[in-house]
Design a binder for this molecule. Structure first.
Ligand code: SAH
Length: 372
């Protein structure tokens, strides 16, 4: 049921000879009153409630653990239908309550600096499981922090949302719908490692905010960090970003994420190259100092190096923000989400055996999950 948007529900009721407004009633119960039991939906006729109870189920991903950080960040471990564990993180920041959600179980892209990739990949989440993470977080807030309301959703948890395109955008329909979570388009962000065909498909289809994980201004370094770059190099990626911007209103911008790794991509010359690459582009850069995780050999740059990189970008006309690390004490920071994945790609085993995934050839990216 949580994987159905308003149009799907209207079709569902019409197919049963019911009026369209039943869809409105049902969504208000679910997403506004957070009533998950059909029996309690008192303004819907008892006979129809019975039919719904027989035909539909409201399945929330089961919460296995909730961890609260000293800084207010909350991390949930939830069980996906596959039995694997996914992670969802709430990041309070002033008046903002941002939920960072997962789109896949593990990730196929194997970016060298990301813990999720090391777990391998075990499949896509359904739209209902994506919506379910948000509903679980709202239920938790209602219970534990009743004065707070969810304000933003970002697809920056586990997985690559543009390789699970249909479920991602079905869930986004529910996020944006006034009868759903009522989030405005700028408050929903899809973050991608650079799936160019996915970005192209977004043009004209959606108006959500786009974040692109860039991490380097040249193909040599980017291909090392993000193996997907061998397939969709920077020039193609930037073209797709430009096309997306052109499909939006004039105020839209793109966010480029840049994980700063000591002496890998934090050299001053790279800041200048990045500024050149992004010149005349409506964008901002989010600098994320690398968060270490067990087994990773990369290091976070010193404060001096981070500051120098940041300043060079700004001095050269790029809007850049440094992201603070949140929830590090509960392993909830960027790139630390691992869940527990029964690895279909055996990547976790290879990682343990010490095969350096940086040098994995591009053909290792399973083509079945990369749209053409
Ligand atoms: N697949 C999507 C969504 C995942 S979000 C994407 O790549 O955008 C992942 C974000 O977390 C990336 O932008 C990356 O910058 C950040 N990240 C991943 N591992 C990290 C780490 N170890 N330290 C800091 N940031 C990391």
């Amino acid at each position: 049921m949580l994987g159905l948007d308003r149009d799907d529900l209207v079709k569902y009721f019409e197919a049963r000879g019911e009026k369209r407004f039943r869809a409105t009633q049902l969504m208000l119960w679910l997403y506004h009153k957070r009533e998950l039991n059909f029996e309690s939906m008192s303004n819907i006729a008892a006979t129809l409630r019975r039919v719904m109870a027989e035909e539909l189920t409201v399945e929330l991903p089961q919460v296995l653990t909730v961890l609260e950080s000293q800084d207010g960040t909350v991390k949930w471990l939830m069980k996906a239908q596959s039995g694997d564990t996914i992670e969802t993180v709430l990041i309070p920041d002033g008046r903002r309550q941002t939920l960072c959600i997962s789109s896949q179980v593990g990730c196929v892209l194997d970016c060298t600096f990301c813990a999720t990739g090391k777990q391998g990949f075990n499949g896509n989440l359904g739209a209902g499981e994506i919506v379910g993470q948000v509903l679980q977080a709202c239920l938790w807030l209602q219970e534990n922090r009743p004065n707070e309301r969810l304000s933003n959703v970002v697809f920056m948890g586990m997985g690559e949302p543009l390789l699970n395109f249909d479920a991602t955008f079905k869930a986004i329909d529910v996020f944006k719908d006034d009868l759903g979570f009522g989030l405005s388009r700028r408050r929903v962000t899809v973050s991608t490692a650079g799936v160019v065909p996915g970005i192209e498909r977004m043009c004209g289809l959606t108006t959500v905010a786009l974040a692109v994980s860039l991490h380097a201004p040249n193909d040599e370094i980017r291909s090392e960090l993000v193996p997907l770059n061998r397939r969709y190099p920077i020039e193609a990626l930037i073209d797709a970003c430009r096309a997306y911007l052109e499909s939006q209103d004039v105020k839209a911008t793109i966010t480029f994420e840049y994980t700063l790794i000591n002496e890998v991509n934090d050299m001053p010359s790279l800041a200048l190259d990045l500024a050149k690459l992004l010149r005349n582009f409506r964008c901002k850069v989010n600098l994320i100092p690398f968060n270490p995780f067990p087994g990773s050999t990369y290091q976070r740059p010193s404060e001096t190096r981070i500051y120098a990189f940041h300043k060079l970008l700004m001095d050269n006309g790029v809007r850049a923000m440094r992201r603070t690390t949140r929830g590090a004490d509960i392993d909830a920071a960027c790139g630390q989400l691992v869940g527990r994945v029964s690895d279909r790609t055996r990547r976790a085993a290879r990682y343990r055996e010490g095969v350096n995934p940086i040098f994995a050839p591009a053909e290792k990216i399973p083509t079945s999950t990369v749209p053409n």
